[in-house]
Design a protein around this ligand. Structure first.
Ligand code: FAD
Length: 395
């Protein structure tokens, strides 16, 4: 049969192999991964694994019984579609069908690359290096109050570290959530014993301390940089595969790329959403689970609907369970549900009277009900949405 080569052995790559077998593909499947470790899951890296509460994060997938060949510790350096080959340090690898699932790499803080004591948090190796920082209860400075920064700060506090979070914007999650939803989260830091410095910029990192642009100095046994990530697509530069201005592989609504027989899925790809009327770049776990099913269906030639999910993700921070489903813009109407200074509240964003996104803090039922309304594009009564005592339902 045709040979499928998957580049990247993270969630999206592994799930592609699993989905191919689920959907009856019997040809050879080769999974190529740059990291030397048995494929593993990332969410535990900023949670239980970091705290030493979980020993490993490897996927419970039996590659032998799936008859999926794994080649790990191999970086793919290029793609030559004309030859149907990818290049590795160990030589070329031929494919009939190629799936790009190379995920993302974290952004570094300029000037701090390679400085001892400065960490990123993306890989198992990163988490491995951070475990002793927590165990040693070092003073830590976290750069960036995004999802990763908040989760790392939570774990570091739990381990007994003194934690300062430095954020350039005026609030946490400024890139992800509007002010009305993110501002209440600033109080979580203080309540969790974390010093949050907003509107603050790191000037430089010196041994044992961080110097801010305003001259303030923060003691730092370790620095953790969580300022975002970019798609790991540099190796495709001269391949002819179309990349977007944000570096994502530009996929279509069946996750096909601009090059025949080549697909892209997970954190590295963007796709057009008819539901939202825009191109989406979703870099969360659920997308790396759902997308591969669309890819597998296309590869086996099954009829399948366009890939148009209601994106979903969760975060665990400062003792809260935060969930978000959908996609909203600043043009949508935000409806508050409950008191954001309390333990459980939500926001629902409406477009033309129907919900397009929901943020739920400690209200998993709102998330589940909201997600269904978003999927069905069902109009709702804003007055009822604003009442946390009333379940989310159609008008
Ligand atoms: P990746 O997981 O990045 O996997 C890509 C793989 O490809 C990597 O192993 C990489 O080494 C390999 N690769 C890259 N380039 C090459 C190359 N040229 N050749 C060969 N191999 C290559 N999402 C949530 O929804 N909730 C959470 O709570 C959550 N927590 C997270 C916590 C952490 C610390 C991190 C880092 C992410 C978290 N996420 C969470 C996001 C989620 O883990 C990602 O969306 C998911 O891992 C994406 O999977 P992927 O396979 O597309 O990419």
């Amino acid at each position: 049969g045709r040979r499928v080569v998957v580049v990247g052995a993270g969630m999206a790559g592994v799930q592609t192999a699993v989905a191919l077998r689920d959907q009856g593909f019997t040809g050879p499947v080769l999974l190529l991964g740059a990291e030397p470790h048995q494929p593993y899951d990332r969410p535990p890296l900023s949670k239980a694994y970091l705290l030493g509460k979980a020993e490993g994060a490897a996927f419970e997938v039996d590659f032998d019984s799936l008859d999926v060949q794994l080649r790990l510790g191999v970086e793919v350096t290029g793609l030559r579609p004309g030859d149907h080959e990818v290049d590795t340090e160990a030589g070329p690898v031929p494919y009939d069908v190629l799936v790009i699932a190379t995920g993302a790499v974290p952004l570094t803080l300029p000037g701090t690359e390679g400085v001892p004591g400065v960490h990123l948090l993306r890989t198992l190796d990163d988490a491995e290096r951070l475990r002793p920082v927590l165990a040693g209860r070092h003073d830590v400075v976290v750069v960036g109050a995004g999802w990763i920064g908040a989760e790392f700060a939570t774990a570091a506090r739990e381990a007994g570290c003194a934690v300062t979070v430095v954020e350039a914007a005026d609030r946490p999650l400024a890139g992800a959530l509007p002010a009305e939803a993110a501002e209440p989260m600033a109080a979580w830091y203080e309540e969790g014993g974390v010093r949050l410095l907003t509107g603050a910029r790191v000037e430089r990192v010196e041994p044992g301390r961080v110097v801010l642009a305003d001259g303030r100095e923060l003691p730092a046994g370790a620095v953790v940089v969580g300022i975002g990530a970019r798609p790991a697509t540099g190796w495709l530069r001269d391949s002819g595969v179309a990349l977007g201005p944000d570096g994502t592989v530009v996929a279509d609504d069946h996750l096909r790329t601009s090059v025949p027989d080549v697909y892209a899925v997970g954190d590295c790809a963007s796709f057009p959403s008819a539901r939202y009327g825009s191109r989406l770049h979703v870099h969360h776990w659920d997308n790396a689970l759902q997308g591969p099913r669309t890819v597998a269906a296309a590869v086996v030639g099954a009829e399948s609907r366009p890939y148009d999910p209601v994106p979903y993700f969760w975060s665990e921070q400062f003792g809260r369970f935060v969930q978000y489903a959908g996609d909203h813009t600043s043009a949508d109407t935000a409806v508050r549900r409950g008191d954001p200074s309390g333990p459980a509240w939500a926001f629902v964003w409406l477009r033309d009277g129907a919900p397009v996104a929901v943020l739920a803090v400690g209200r998993p039922r709102d998330l589940a009900q909201g997600r269904r309304l978003i999927e069905a594009a069902t109009p709702v009564d804003p007055a009822l949405v604003a009442d946390p005592e009333v379940p989310l339902k159609a008008a």
